[in-house]
Design a protein around this ligand. Structure first.
Ligand SMILES: [Zn+2]
Length: 128
């Protein structure tokens, strides 16, 4: 492999990391139930018997809505997800990744992360 090819691969890898980070942010974003805008801000918390309720204000339509914390929050750390995707891009199978992560995560979950977050273009791997 030439130096230029190696540089191209590194560039693509960095770009795909950045894309993955943005993608995660979007997936974690809270949608307004009225206008479906994802531009909302946190607007205080309420503690109830059923758990924590997070209040939001939509910046598009200015309506307020509530979401139970546990129902929307991503259950797994983005670090673990990144690690899983990186292992996949190195050529490990989802079952191998599941074993390596050792985090009590099912391989179905790992497969879903890879489907949702893998962004490295296949061409970059073929140059090798
Ligand atoms: Zn709205």
């Amino acid at each position: 492999m030439t130096k230029r090819q190696q540089e191209t691969i590194n560039e693509l890898r960095n770009e795909s990391k950045e894309l993955r980070r943005i993608l995660m942010k979007i997936k974690q974003a809270v949608k307004c139930p009225y206008c479906l805008s994802i531009v909302s801000i946190r607007h205080g918390k309420r503690y109830t018997k059923k758990g924590i309720i997070q209040r939001y204000e939509c910046l598009a339509c200015h309506r307020k809505f509530m979401i139970r914390e546990d129902s929307f929050r991503m259950r797994h750390d983005s670090k673990i997800i990144n690690k899983a995707v990186e292992l996949y891009e190195k050529g490990y199978s989802t079952r191998e990744i599941t074993n390596k992560l050792n985090e009590n995560i099912s391989h179905v979950t790992v497969s879903r992360w890879i489907r949702d977050f893998k962004t490295l273009p296949m061409e970059a791997q073929r140059i090798k």
